[in-house]
Design a protein around this ligand. Structure first.
Ligand code: AAL
Length: 429
């Protein structure tokens, strides 16, 4: 019986092959499998069931939509000058930079930031002293401002001053971010024990806490996130501490600079804790984001999204990690907010469906050149929200005037190199 069956199958296969050989070409194309028809003209939001190139596979698998306008994690950024803050005619003696996330409490928005008010603008580590700052974030305190509409801000003064020597942060407290946890507020910040730039930017993370966003803030006076062990990527700096509540824990992302001065590589790491005062455990496979500068993240759907701004292979991208750890590129954009502190209504609710962000505060540095070096706060708007659909934020091009391009023209050294090359080309012909 089995033998008969095998013979029958063998004959059937032979029959099919011989028929196929006799079918003329025109008929073959009609009955050819679907994948030979080519990529369809009609827009396909679902991945078509045909053989695709690597790029097209990626276009369906890596992004939340097949075009920026369908991609919830794509946006342009629009900037508005904020009102209410004075900068002493931009002479470099007042800086405001590295804003925290924005929170809404007591009927108003709150933001905290690095505030410097010094007799001169920064003069570099060698010329710095007890009153002359080395860098824009040297000799700073943490101040805060409130606003009813997010455009006009009223400065409220100091939140966390530099503590007396030898406490962590006695030289400068800078680059803060806010956490709300079990009804209390926590400000994390970089605590400098020497002028930045002396050996680098050596500043472990310290924290102060309060019962109200208006303070008073109690300094914990202990390092909560120490630098890495000697030889590790984060051995010298923990920058931009950025806490969120995720999976029942505090997920604090941070940046570090590794490598040697002049060739620093910036990446983002993660430390988690069950208690705001620690202990924090650094994720074993840090860094978790291979690019980016100041850290800006927010809960999105079931995971965490990140603005990966300048520096690194993946600068100018928005990334997403379904588990808060394994980040992939979700979109590529431009004019990203520097040191963005977004308003994230569900930053601390341990949401399982993060709704995203639509605006925040960021900064512009060296606004008036280097001799009067200082930074200003600005407002940014965007559409990275599941609850907003603003087509004006989803365009995928920006036009810049020729002056903008020429401002980024060749420098003297490059012009010389080209002149030498021109001479070589001329003499070899
Ligand atoms: C910023 C941040 C940190 C650094 C300095 C002030 O870009 O990464 O805050 O220490 O510069």
């Amino acid at each position: 019986m089995k033998l008969l069956k095998n013979i029958f199958m063998y004959l059937s296969v032979l029959f099919v092959i011989s028929c196929a050989q006799k079918i003329p070409n025109a008929t073959i194309s009609k009955i050819a499998p679907k994948e030979d028809k080519g990529f369809p003209f009609e827009i396909q939001h679902e991945k078509p069931n045909i053989k695709l190139s690597h790029a097209l596979e990626r276009n369906y698998d890596a992004y939340l939509g097949i075009q920026p306008k369908y991609n919830e994690l794509y946006t342009q950024f629009k900037y508005t000058e904020i009102k209410g803050l004075d900068y002493s005619n931009h002479d470099g003696t007042i800086t405001r930079r590295d804003p925290s996330k924005v929170i809404f409490e007591n009927g108003k928005y709150y933001v905290w930031y690095t505030h410097r008010q010094t007799p001169t603008s920064p003069k570099g580590a060698a010329k710095s002293n007890d009153t002359i700052p080395s860098s824009d974030w040297d000799l700073c305190d943490i101040w805060y401002a409130t606003s009813k509409d997010g455009f006009t801000w009223e400065e409220q003064g100091v939140a966390v001053p530099r503590p007396p020597k030898p406490n962590v942060g006695w030289r400068s407290v800078a680059t803060t971010d806010i956490l709300k946890w079990k009804g209390k507020y926590y400000l994390y910040y970089q605590g400098f024990m020497e002028a930045s730039g002396k050996r680098g930017d050596d500043c472990p993370v310290a924290v102060s806490y309060a019962d109200s966003p208006d303070g008073p803030w109690t300094p914990y006076n202990k390092i909560v996130i120490p630098n890495g062990a000697p030889g590790q990527w984060d051995q010298f700096s923990i920058h931009d501490p950025y806490p969120l509540v995720y999976k029942g824990k505090i997920y604090l992302y941070y940046k570090s600079d590794y490598g040697v001065k002049g060739n620093l590589i910036r990446m983002q790491g993660l430390a988690t804790a069950d208690n705001p005062l620690g202990p924090f455990t650094k994720y074993a496979q840090n860094p978790v984001i291979n690019s980016g500068h100041e850290t800006t993240l927010f809960p999105f759907k079931g995971g965490i999204a990140a603005l990966v701004i300048r520096d690194g292979n993946e600068h100018n991208t928005i990334q997403y990690a379904e588990d808060g750890i394994n980040f992939d590129i979700a979109s590529i954009t431009e004019l990203m907010p520097t040191a963005g502190g977004p308003f994230i209504p569900d930053a601390f609710t341990d949401t399982k469906d993060g709704r995203g962000i639509t605006w925040g505060i960021s900064h512009f540095t060296a606004v008036n050149g280097w001799s009067t070096n200082h930074s200003i706060l600005t407002r940014f708007d965007c559409d990275l929200s599941q609850d907003l659909n603003d087509p004006d934020m989803k365009k995928s091009y920006m036009t810049y005037k020729p002056e903008h391009y020429y401002k980024h023209g060749l420098n003297g050294k490059q012009k010389k190199r080209i002149a030498v090359q021109n001479e070589k080309t001329a003499s070899s012909n």
